[in-house]
Design a protein around this ligand. Sequence first.
Ligand SMILES: CC(C)(COP(=O)(O)OP(=O)(O)OC[C@H]1O[C@@H](n2cnc3c(N)ncnc32)[C@H](O)[C@@H]1O)[C@@H](O)C(=O)NCCC(=O)NCCS
Ligand SMILES: Nc1ncnc2c1ncn2[C@@H]1O[C@H](COP(=O)(O)OP(=O)(O)OP(=O)(O)O)[C@@H](O)[C@H]1O
Length: 197
Amino acid sequence: MTFLIGLTGSIGMGKSTTAKLFADEGCAVWDADAAVHRLYAPGGAAVEPMRAAFPQAVIDGAVSRDALKAAISADRTALRRIETIVHPLVADDRQAFIAAATADIIVLDIPLLFEGGGQRMVDLTVCVSVPAEIQRDRVLARGTMTEDQFEMIRAKQMPDAEKRALADRVVITDTLDHARQQVRAIVAEAREKLKDA
Ligand SMILES: CC(C)(COP(=O)(O)OP(=O)(O)OC[C@H]1O[C@@H](n2cnc3c(N)ncnc32)[C@H](O)[C@@H]1O)[C@@H](O)C(=O)NCCC(=O)NCCS
Ligand SMILES: Nc1ncnc2c1ncn2[C@@H]1O[C@H](COP(=O)(O)OP(=O)(O)OP(=O)(O)O)[C@@H](O)[C@H]1O
């Protein structure tokens, strides 16, 4: 028996950091964004389908994110078409990970868990959250995004309050120690459920 946890949260809320805390407790972690990076890399499964649909987006044998962003800016239907190519490949990658994992708990780190209906495939959903000002400060402190770019991405995502309302558990990522405590409680709960199953 394996217990499946879906981990989600808005940009900069602490998903990756929290995923590492789950890994520290012996959980196997699969990261959707990392899967997309593998699919776009040279030899990745998205390269040839993407070349067929967006020939200009494949540069030096890899899918170029900048070229995809240019395609999306030029054509409103492009993101939908990109998603149609990428999402089934991401699902295959996820299933292969789940099939090969030997841990008792598998954590799926999926930014768009609720947007994509992914809650149906897991036993428990967990949303990471901090107040909006801390989120903004943390994202801008990374120095990889302007305030405008951050607001654009945030506007595209389901609001934090809605995600928190949908999630079975919320992890507040104000400090590392506090987050670790909450992760340990969720892992203990999952292991109890596995014992009872
Ligand atoms: C649009 C692309 C080229 C932008 O690449 P870039 O490296 O600039 O950004 P990155 O991938 O890090 O995403 C930035 C933020 O946008 C969010 N995001 C990414 N794709 C989507 C989407 N289709 N819908 C809503 N939010 C999205 C991410 O979760 C993240 O928080 C890239 O995200 C992409 O190819 N997306 C399509 C694949 C996809 O849907 N991925 C989501 C995870 S399965
Ligand atoms: N529990 C925590 N205590 C203190 N700082 C934290 C905590 N969790 C995350 N952070 C900080 O917040 C920032 C964002 O965290 P992280 O990269 O884990 O977020 P993310 O949700 O994975 O981001 P993205 O959606 O952009 O990929 C980082 O600088 C990280 O150090």
